[in-house]
Each structure stands twice: as structure tokens, then as C-alpha cells.
Ligand binder design. Structure first.
Ligand code: NAD
Ligand code: UGA
Length: 455
């Protein structure tokens, strides 16, 4: 077998993952293909289509050597024997399962393209997050071919988080490889494992059956999101009782069985995957006739929505029950720090709720301005896209911290305060800042799950 890989889908997963494989496996030739000409042109330019710390440096080292970006998918399929598929798998918006089930049209059209253009046997690797039993279904579509070709389908879900993608790919907690039963499936799994073994210790490469691998990906995201909803539900209780969620989360997390990671209260989780993957899980449970299981996981998403509505309600209550015509400075629009991605961003949902109340928004984000503009294009001059945080704060009634960018800590809040309407409010939706310091400046400070510091 030639040491060459095709990856179909040049998004947040396909691009960084293949760049890291190329950098760690110089003996492998890697081509990343996408239907989007604009995306491929950006990958081939000095202005990459996504912002991810460390990505530029890696791409510069390997692009044109053993990493190539193309729109010629058919040629890629003909010339490569290992094909990773990392196309998007959004939630279905139509027909049966709308709002819950995954929309598999991109994945299936990729499988059919592979079938159409393949001239020899292939290993197809599921990198996209897919419902349990998709690999099996794909295996059936691919293997029932008149060309008499053999296809192995391997599940190799990705666990990178945006903002730390390169670090996660270079030093993952584990690599999961799920294979179909039988010697051919095992051999395919061995080959995929041998790629990762170029930089990852063998004990971190976990082999399972294909169904466990698919379910583990959904389970891992659901368990992570569930911790956030748990801590956010406790934050609501803290606000009513005078307890402080930072103290509660820290003290509870000191129990090694609980652990301290992923217990940061805030405006809820965003990102393209948590919501979608939990809703897939809910759909799966319903399809399996397990309504109690579906209800349990649906609750994680419901608490997340509630947390965002609750945050907006707190802003309303503090600002004397009306936002109409009031300028609000929004610091942060990305769904988390260190990314420009705004998919399912809590900031976007909150901004829309504030706009429904006829607030005027001034938005500043270090990396997500283009996506923010696209997301709020229909709101006209109710939204200003500011060149700096100071510009956004000028004349505002309140500052809302909606993304946990570390650099927000270093701003000149005393200077902002001077330029704002009084009384000036600061809603720290990420519990990021030094609240006592802000209070001393003169702000009324409203954190999440901690007592308000009023003036
Ligand atoms: P994305 O939207 O950024 O990228 C998907 C790419 O696939 C797009 O560029 C699109 O043009 C391309 N595409 C769609 N159909 C195609 C086709 N038929 N042929 C060729 N290209 C096609 O998505 P993403 O964030 O990279 O996510 C991809 C998958 O990985 C999803 O299943 C997601 O759940 C999963 N995942 C994402 C992350 C993350 O942090 N974003 C992490 C782990 C897993
Ligand atoms: C998440 C998972 O962490 C990855 O393992 C997974 O591969 C990925 O989803 C995916 O399948 O797409 P990601 O969404 O990129 O990664 O980022 P996270 O760091 O998980 O943050 C998700 C959201 O939760 C962000 O909005 C973040 O601000 C929020 N969050 C995170 C909290 O509100 N509190 C926390 O304690 C942690």
C-alpha cells in the first residue's frame, strides 16, 4: 500500500489534523480535498481559513512538501488508498428527526464519490462524528459495488478542542480506533495505528469495536457538556443563596473523583459540536426505545439554554427593566477563547436576545469579527462592530464579557469607566476579571454564580 492519505473535508478538523500528521510522518504524502474552492484557496494562501494557535507554523513547514490542498476530489480518491473523511455532520433541519438527528447527506455523498472514483481497494476512516452504526452502513454501501473492490471502514473519532487543537493533536489523551470484526478490519486498524505511532505512545492508542468507538465520541462530548450544565445549574442556586460558585466548584473539584477540569460556570457551552452531539444522543436513545435516557441528556441542553436566558434576564433586571436604545459593549463573540469560530456561540444567542429587547450592541472580539458580522448581518445599524474594546465601551451602559479571552484581563477598565454612562455595569459572563478591582473603580459588577457587587 502506498504511504499516501486523502482527507475529504478541509475544516476545523481536517486541516489541523492532516497538518499535524504531515509534520510527524514525513514518509506519508497527504492531500486534503474540499468542495469549497474558497476554503482550499485560503489553505493555499498565507491567510489560513481558520485561526488556531500554532497552526500557521506547522502548515508553513509541510505545505508543498508532503501536505497539499486541492478541490480535485476525484483524483484524490483515485490516487490514495487511505481516505479520511472529516466532512461536517450538522443537525438535520428537515423531515424525520429534524432538530435532533444528524444530517448525513455530506457523509453519504462522500461515500458515493469514493465508490464512483475508486479504482482499487481502500481504507475509509471516519473522522467526522457520526451516529452509532454509520461505519457499518457505509461499509454496506461501499462493499456492494459492481467493481468488486474491497473497502474497510475504520472509526477514528477526533477529540481535539478548538483553540488548543495543535497541542491536543500533538499530545492527545488517547487516539481511538474502532474496527469491524475480522482479519481485514484488524489489518486496517493496524495500518491507521501505525500512522499515529510515529509520535504517540502505543498505550495511548485504544482499539475497540467500531460501534464502541462511534458511541465513545458522543459519550465524551455529552459527559463534558454535562459537567458544564451541572456547574451552571449550581451557579443559579449560588445566586439565590449567597454561595459563590467559584468556591463551590474549586472545593468540590478537589475531590480527585470529581476533578477540577470543566467546572467553569459561565454563559454556557457553545461550539459546533456539544449541542449537536447531545441531540444526536437524544435521538439515538429515542430510536432505541429509551425515553428516560433521552430525557436525561436533553436536560443538559435545556440547562444550557436556560443559563443564557437567565443571563439576559439578569442584564434586564439590573438595567432597570429596559434595554431599549441602550448601548451595550459585548467583549467576545467567539464560542471560546483562542478561536475565531462563532458556531453556536453563547455570545451570538445572547446578542440576539438583547437585540430583541431593542438594545444597541457594540461588539469587539480579537479574532471573530468577520464571523460576528456574518452572524448579525440582518440587524443593520443596531449593531456596531468596534475596532477596539475601548471603542465599544465608549458611551455604553454596560460591558458584557461573553468569551474568556485572557487579554480581556489586561484592559484599562478605569479608562473605560470614565467613558461610560453611569451607573456603569459590568456583567462578567465568564467570571474572568478581578471583580473587587472593578468594583473599586465604580462598576456595579454582576458575575455568574457569585454575589453582585453593587455601588
Ligand atoms: P467544518 O464545517 O469546519 O468542515 C467540514 C468541511 O467539509 C467543509 O469545508 C465542507 O466544505 C467540506 N465538505 C462537506 N461536504 C463535502 C463533500 N461532499 N466533499 C468534500 N468536502 C465536503 O467542520 P469541522 O468542524 O471540521 O467538523 C467536521 C467533523 O468533525 C464533524 O463531524 C464534527 O462533529 C467533528 N469534530 C469537530 C471538532 C471541532 O472542534 N470542530 C472536533 C472533533 C470532531
Ligand atoms: C469540545 C471537546 O472538548 C473536544 O474534546 C471535542 O473534540 C470537540 O468539542 C468536538 O467534538 O467538537 P470545543 O467545543 O472545541 O471541544 O471546546 P471546549 O473547550 O470543549 O469548550 C466548549 C464550550 O464549553 C465553550 O463554549 C467553552 O467556553 C465552554 N466551557 C468549557 C465552559 O463554559 N466551562 C468549562 O469549564 C469548559
Amino acid at each position: 500500500m502506498k504511504k499516501s492519505i486523502l482527507c475529504i473535508g478541509a475544516g476545523y478538523v481536517g486541516g489541523p489534523t492532516m497538518a499535524v500528521i504531515a509534520s510527524r510522518c514525513p514518509q506519508w504524502n497527504i492531500t486534503v480535498a474540499d468542495i469549497s474552492e474558497a476554503r482550499i484557496a485560503a489553505w493555499n494562501s498565507s491567510d489560513l481559513p481558520i485561526y488556531e494557535p500554532g497552526l500557521d507554523e506547522i502548515v508553513q513547514k509541510v505545505r508543498g512538501k508532503n501536505l497539499f490542498f486541492t478541490t480535485d476530489i476525484a483524483r484524490g480518491i483515485r490516487e490514495n488508498d487511505v481516505i479520511f473523511v472529516s466532512v461536517n455532520t450538522p443537525t438535520k433541519t428537515f423531515g424525520a428527526g429534524a432538530g435532533f438527528a444528524p444530517d448525513l447527506q455530506y457523509w453519504e455523498s462522500t461515500a458515493r464519490a469514493i465508490l464512483e472514483h475508486a479504482g482499487n481497494d481502500k481504507i475509509v476512516v471516519e473522522k467526522s462524528t457520526l451516529p452509532v452504526r454509520t461505519a457499518e452502513a457505509m461499509h454496506r454501501i461501499l462493499d456492494n459495488n459492481h467493481k468488486k473492490l474491497h473497502f474497510d471502514v475504520v472509526s477514528n473519532p477526533e477529540f481535539l478542542a478548538e483553540g488548543t487543537a495543535i497541542r491536543d493533536l500533538l499530545d492527545p489523551d488517547r487516539v481511538l480506533i474502532g474496527t469491524m470484526p475480522g482479519p481485514s478490519g484488524n489489518r486496517a486498524g493496524d495500518l491507521i495505528a501505525s500512522i499515529y505511532q510515529n509520535w504517540i505512545a502505543p498505550e495511548k492508542i485504544k482499539r475497540t469495536n467500531v460501534w464502541s468507538s462511534e458511541l465513545t465520541k458522543l459519550a465524551a462530548n455529552a459527559l463534558l457538556a454535562q459537567r458544564i450544565s451541572s456547574v451552571n445549574s449550581l451557579a443559579a442556586l449560588c445566586e439565590e443563596t449567597g454561595a459563590d460558585i467559584e468556591e463551590v466548584a474549586q472545593a468540590a473539584g478537589m475531590d480527585h473523583r470529581i476533578g477540577k477540569a470543566f467546572l467553569r460556570a459561565g454563559v454556557g457551552f457553545g461550539g459546533s459540536c456539544f449541542r449537536k452531539d447531545i441531540l444526536h444522543l437524544v435521538y439515538l436513545a429515542e430510536q432505541c426505545g429509551l425515553p428516560e435516557v433521552a430525557t436525561y441528556w436533553r436536560g443538559v441542553v435545556e440547562i444550557n439554554d436556560y443559563q443564557q436566558r437567565r443571563f439576559v434576564q439578569r442584564v434586564m433586571n439590573a438595567l432597570f427593566h429596559t434595554l431599549a436604545g441602550k448601548r451595550l459593549a459585548i467583549f467576545g463573540f467567539a464560542f471560546k477563547a483562542d478561536t475565531g469560530d462563532t458556531r453556536e456561540s453563547p455570545a451570538a444567542a445572547i446578542a440576539k436576545m438583547l437585540l430583541e429587547e431593542h438594545a444597541k450592541l457594540a461588539i469587539y472580539d480579537p479574532k471573530a469579527m468577520a464571523n460576528a458580522r456574518a452572524e448579525l448581518a440582518s440587524y443593520g445599524d443596531a449593531v456596531e462592530f468596534s475596532n477596539s474594546a475601548a471603542e465599544a465601551a465608549r458611551g455604553a451602559h454596560a460591558i458584557l464579557i461573553l468569551t474568556e479571552w485572557a487579554q480581556f484581563r489586561d484592559f484599562d477598565y478605569a479608562g473605560f469607566y470614565q467613558q461610560m454612562e453611569k451607573p456603569a455595569f459590568l456583567f462578567d459572563g465568564r467570571n474572568l476579571l478581578d471583580h473587587q478591582m472593578l468594583h473599586k473603580i465604580g462598576f456595579t459588577v454582576c458575575p455568574v454564580g457569585r454575589p453582585t457587587l453593587s455601588v
